[in-house]
Design a protein around this ligand. Sequence first.
Ligand SMILES: *Cc1c(COP(=O)(O)O)cnc(C)c1O
Length: 499
Amino acid sequence: MYISTRGNYEKVTASQAVKLGMVPTGGLFVPETIPEINMDELYKIEGDLYQEVAKRILKLYLDDYTQEEIDDCVKNAYNAANFDHRSMAPVVKLKEGTYILELWHGPTAAFKDMALQIMPYFLSKAIGKVNSEKEVVILVATSGDTGKAALEGFKNVPGIKIIVFFPHNGVSKVQELQMTTTDGNNTYVVAVKGNFDDCQSAVKEIFADGKFKKILAEQGYELSSANSINWGRLLPQIIYYFTAYLELVKNGEVVPGEKINFVVPTGNFGNILAGWYALKMGLPVHRLICASNENKVLTDFFNTGVYDSNREFIQTNSPSMDILISSNLERFLFEITGHHWKKINQWMGDLKTTGKFIVDQETKDAIDRILTGGFATEEETLATIKKVFENEGYTLDTHTAVAVKVHDQYVQNTGDKTKTVIDSTASPFKFNSSVLEAIEGKEAVQGKDEFAVVEELSKLSGMPIHRALKDLDKKPVLHKTVCAKDEIKKAVEDILGIK
Ligand SMILES: *Cc1c(COP(=O)(O)O)cnc(C)c1O
């Protein structure tokens, strides 16, 4: 069963948690207990590792789904039509003891596909179980990548409408075009004159607005979420922490039981939290390293115990991590305090009213035992892309480069030589201008349009252009709505035809 991080709601089943998206009275659903998994059983898996591990892990959490239903979800999501690599998420050796986990082989070239290719199937099956007549409206706030991944996952799914809000001028050109050229009879994309935090806060407010939800219900609609506030989005991300480890064991890089580190380029804290759940389930993990860009609210929090979002929001060259209010930290704090929902209410209340909260020493110590934070500047990010390209012949995207840099700093500061997997969250093609600039200098990108840059990057890196970017410049822009940041609710009303 799933419980609220704020102690303010009844227990619900997995399918209800997936369908509700977040706790209707505020707060996030987490599993009441974390299931353990037998590593020895996983070492024995032969054949399609990703799919087999997925089936087992998902079943442990989605216990009101049958194994057949889960197998069906896995088969529909993790296959050769959706992912251009046999392993779904291959592990590449960067240098001795350091590995890159490529999470961007799905249809939209970012790691969001790992979850959003399967989540629509969870939701469709949940709708069947919960026995609802209503049409489900998925509200999505995106810093750039979730939007397209969710649109692809949910487009033309019967009984579902999807509305995506993204920061106007706050995403890369590729990200914007990917979203605004989406077809499908149930997709809506709105640019918001504000930043990601504005989008996310407005969406969360709508979820907590009982009056509005009642009006929606009268019109035959109910809300759900495809953001990582939805457990159904977080859950599939646990899978690749296991498969990465198992691949390293299979390749003789680590011995069974040997603890490794993971470095995760972080924004909303969903990906790294999935790594923490993997650890709690029994994956041999030494430390989790949380990598941020100059919006380093998390780095400061892990260093000081003070979470302070009262600071300038900086647009960086790793835009998918430009976030000051990191939603899934709430889940992590709830877990790390032993489900102390009173503390969570206090902290989240403080965050809402003052933009800031301070955790007690006991909580800070509990976090310190497993997690380290670090950040990289934009210049460091570009320098890292260049260095890795020249030394290792590997092309990083900006987000992954942040993680590589933070890992270098971590090793310097601590001397920790533990073998390390770095989550690679996007294909370099998705942030092509920054990547090409990093390797060849500003002149190489000046005056060139995005698609000339993509071509050049392909030649330089020797990588085929990711299929998500092919012909993007030739597709018609179908979504042109722009709204003010305080008009998000109105935009929902307009789209659904509610007066
Ligand atoms: C979403 C995203 C992130 C941040 O992931 P969280 O789960 O929000 O921490 C990092 N990199 C890329 C490329 C992303 O799309």
